[in-house]
Design a protein around this ligand. Structure first.
Ligand SMILES: *[C@@H]1O[C@H](CO)[C@@H](O)[C@H](O)[C@H]1NC(C)=O
Ligand SMILES: *[C@@H]1O[C@H](CO)[C@@H](O)[C@H](O)[C@H]1NC(C)=O
Ligand SMILES: *[C@@H]1O[C@H](CO)[C@@H](O)[C@H](O)[C@H]1NC(C)=O
Length: 626
């Protein structure tokens, strides 16, 4: 009994391994040594299948090869080693040797010591392989979740080159580039998720379920907007011919051993069987097909997340009844789904699952799918942590720059580089304005648009408000001050925000404007009856006795202003009357002169041509005044 069980597992395992050896494609990012001169150049490196690779972006750093703990299997703290880069210097890329412990543990230890990325040098001469997460290490899950830095495996020989340069006291600078890790052939991104409905397989299943729940939102936005075409896939295995009639194959497979899944609890005699998983996987495939036919492929995400929540194995609800309830609640056509699933007991191929098995085999650049879960973006296998932000970044990098949908530029995929030293961009701390903008491609330094006012400049060392409205922001960079309830600004909105001291002040208009003492400088209030008192930005002038100060004329006049007023009115009436008379005379004169001149000209003209036959004037003449 036990032997048979082992045998079967062995067969299933063999099948997987064989596939893996055959055509496993390692996803690469490009690595460029930028200094020292003598080892400059491009190299391939294999993206680790954990941590967060910067899909669509790039990252520069200085390589450090630690003096101790070179395999990174122990905490660097113990050796007093820190990789924290000093402010203003390049981030640290730690070079570690392969061996002795899991890749993920090396990366985790380096991250804790402040590394920004990890390069693992292979210890054998071979083609690059993918660094995957450990499956068996029970302590692993706790730190793998927390790995956020990218990592890459490099070839042994290249590792030696780097070490030699570092030992020779050279500063080794490297640029990691993920921009071409996902191709962008058109304006729609096609992606696939190779998944599983099994919810009891430990860490990987938990991670997958968590991801599907998290990613549902962005996935549906992308799909509804027509930006992506998503297809879910499910891996199945077949039972070796000789075993199709064993109890094991019968419990793990449907359609007479054609489509199998491993037992969820790895215990053939209790709980759910592999067969139950295959059937639910098939149902989920059919849910997608039926939803896709009605042009609503995104309903798959609803079904899968609802099923997870409502029908978990733990509560013994992982069954058809529960699934049907979810299908009904989503308004899907249950009968169509049944038809699509076919009869699991029949000794025939199931077209849907057959297609899945065929799709498992790699085509073109994709390679075979052997790791579950696997995400494929634009026909390239995604490597890295299966988390919302990281995956969205990878999908977004499948769009040509500037064609990416808004969800790509939302907070979910921000790199938060602006939080660190403002990303090295210009900022005005007082007005709280910055040129740093986080995007999934990394931060950009771009002079901002604030309250409708465009800032202009290089974005790094300077930005300046320009155009109308400039004075509203930080007073256009001009001088301004307020005292005793009086406020003055040197910013002239009418002249595009020019800084010029207001009247009553003098200075450069930017840093300072000083009050002019009008009294001392004899600029106003100088009449004999006046007494002058300077104020900030202006002056007060009063007149002696019964006189009133008229500011516009800078003079004192009698307070009985009405007399003066009526005298002026009389003068105006006369002036206006005269003006009207003059205008009338002019019009009459003009009219008479006109008609006189007209008749004169007519008289002269008539001597040259007969005016009453104007219509017959030859064409070339009329052409002159056309
Ligand atoms: C991982 O991060 C979480 C949340 O930040 C923290 O609670 C947990 O202790 C971390 N795990 C390890 C192994 O550091
Ligand atoms: C989903 O529908 C689209 C067209 O609407 C089609 O191109 C695609 O092949 C369908 N996918 C599946 C898996 O049926
Ligand atoms: C600056 O502005 C940002 C967003 O515009 C805001 O979140 C932040 O609290 C502001 N900081 C200060 C010091 O006002």
């Amino acid at each position: 009994m036990e032997l048979q069980r082992l045998l079967l597992l062995g067969f299933l395992f063999l099948y997987v391994v064989q596939v893996a050896v055959a055509k496993f494609v390692v996803e690469k990012n490009s690595l460029t040594v930028t200094s020292p001169e003598k080892i400059k150049g491009n190299h391939d490196s294999a993206i680790g299948n954990f941590g967060i690779p910067q899909y669509g972006g790039s990252m520069a750093g200085a390589v450090v090869y630690p003096k101790d703990n070179r395999k990174g299997c122990m905490e660097f703290d113990r050796f007093g080693i820190s990789f924290q880069s000093k402010p203003g210097s390049l981030p640290t890329f730690v070079l570690l040797d392969r061996g002795d412990c899991f890749f993920a543990l090396k990366v985790w230890n380096a991250q804790k010591a402040g590394a920004s990325a990890v390069l693992v040098a292979d210890d054998v001469e071979e083609a690059l392989i993918t660094m995957d997460t450990p499956e068996e290490d029970s302590a692993a899950p706790k730190y793998i979740e927390n790995i956020t830095i990218p990592s890459a495996l490099i070839e042994k020989s290249f590792g030696e080159t780097l070490k030699k340069a570092i030992n020779g006291e050279d500063m080794v600078n490297i640029n990691l580039d993920w921009r071409e890790a996902v191709p962008h052939p058109d304006d729609r991104v096609e992606y696939e998720l190779w998944t599983n409905s099994n919810d009891e397989c430990g860490v990987k299943c938990d991670m997958l379920m968590e991801f599907v729940k998290d990613f549902k939102g962005p996935a549906q936005i992308l799909e509804k907007g027509g930006y992506t075409q998503f297809t879910p896939h499910y891996i199945t295995w077949y039972c070796p011919q000789a075993f199709t009639l064993t109890r094991q194959c019968k419990s793990q497979c449907i359609n007479h051993g054609r489509y199998c899944a491993p037992d969820p609890e790895q215990d053939f005699s209790s709980g759910y069987n592999g067969k139950d998983v295959v059937i639910e996987n098939l149902r989920q495939l059919c849910v997608f097909r039926v939803a896709n036919e009605s042009k609503k492929p995104w309903v798959w995400w609803d079904y899968v997340t609802d099923f997870q929540i409502r029908c978990p194995m733990k509560e013994k609800k992982y069954n058809k009844e529960c699934a049907d309830a979810v299908i009904r609640s989503l308004g899907l056509d249950g009968q169509k789904i049944e038809n699509c699933m076919g009869d699991p007991n029949a000794d025939v191929d199931n077209p849907v699952l057959k297609e899945e098995q065929d799709a498992q085999i790699g085509k073109g650049s994709r390679g075979d799918v052997t790791i579950l879960p696997t995400l494929v973006v634009n026909n390239r296998q995604y490597r890295g942590k299966l988390a919302k932000g990281a995956v969205l970044k990878a999908i977004c990098s499948g769009f040509e720059e500037t064609t990416e949908p808004a969800v790509c530029l939302s907070g979910d995929v921000e790199t938060n580089e602006c939080l660190d030293n403002n990303g090295g961009c210009w900022q005005d701390k007082v007005a709280n304005i910055t040129a740093c903008k986080d995007t999934f491609r990394g931060r950009v330094c771009e002079c901002p648009l604030v309250d409708g006012v465009q800032f202009k400049g290089d974005g790094y060392s300077h930005c300046e408000a320009s155009g109308p409205g400039k004075c509203n922001i930080n007073n256009g960079g001009c001088w301004h001050d307020a005292q005793n309830g009086h406020a003055y600004s040197a910013c002239l909105d009418s002249e595009g925000g020019k800084c010029q001291c207001p009247s009553g002040f003098r200075g450069d208009g930017v840093k300072s404007c000083l009050d002019i003492d009008e009294c001392k400088e004899k600029k106003a209030c100088q009449c004999p009856e006046c007494s002058c008192k300077n104020t900030w930005g202006s002056y007060d002038c009063t007149c002696n006795g019964d006189l009133l100060y008229i500011r516009d004329h800078d003079t004192c006049i009698s307070k009985s202003a009405t007399e003066v007023g009526s005298a002026w009115t009389a003068v105006w009436v006369i002036i206006i009357g005269l003006a009207i008379a003059a205008a009338g005379a002019y019009v009459v004169y003009k009219y008479r002169l006109r008609s006189y001149m007209d008749s004169e000209i007519r008289a002269i003209m008539s001597q040259y041509m007969p005016l009453d036959s104007q219509a017959e004037v030859p064409n070339h003449v009329s052409g002159d005044h056309a």
